[in-house]
Design a protein around this ligand. Structure first.
Ligand code: SF4
Length: 126
């Protein structure tokens, strides 16, 4: 079976909230410690990398393959901040709420608010 490696996943033997806690960008240190001893870490990393291109994917949350969300984003060539900021503004213009934008982009609500505020200030000075 294609996913039989999951039978050996250490995360399946502990409290799942360790791995999917506190929203986008947050990764528990306890989860990363568990990953560091997991026998199927390479298989897990391959599995999640297949999904990370989809910014709406649930895989943008928590620890996978022994890496935090931020580590995976850096390695996956996440768009530079300027591109991300433009994306936030476009999504805002489409009427998405800050929480939706944050979840879809895998960033914090605070980042969305900061970018929107900077954009408003920029428009006021023009
Ligand atoms: S490496 Fe993957 S399968 Fe192993 S504990 Fe971490 S998240 Fe679970």
């Amino acid at each position: 079976m294609k996913y039989e490696w999951m039978d050996q996943a250490l995360c399946a033997q502990v409290d799942p909230s360790l791995f999917f806690s506190e929203g986008p960008r947050h990764t528990s240190r306890k989860a990363l410690r568990i990953c560091s001893t997991c026998p199927v870490q390479p298989e897990c990393a391959d599995y999640v990398s297949a999904f990370e291109g989809d910014l709406t994917a649930k895989y943008r949350y928590g620890a996978w393959g022994g890496k935090s969300v931020r580590q995976r984003a850096r390695e996956g060539g996440e768009p530079p901040a300027a591109d991300r900021d433009e994306q936030i503004i476009r999504m805002t213009d489409r009427g998405l709420a800050p929480g939706e934008i944050a979840a879809q982009l895998g960033i914090s609500d605070r980042t969305v608010f900061r970018v929107r505020k900077a954009h408003r200030k920029q428009k006021e000075t023009v």
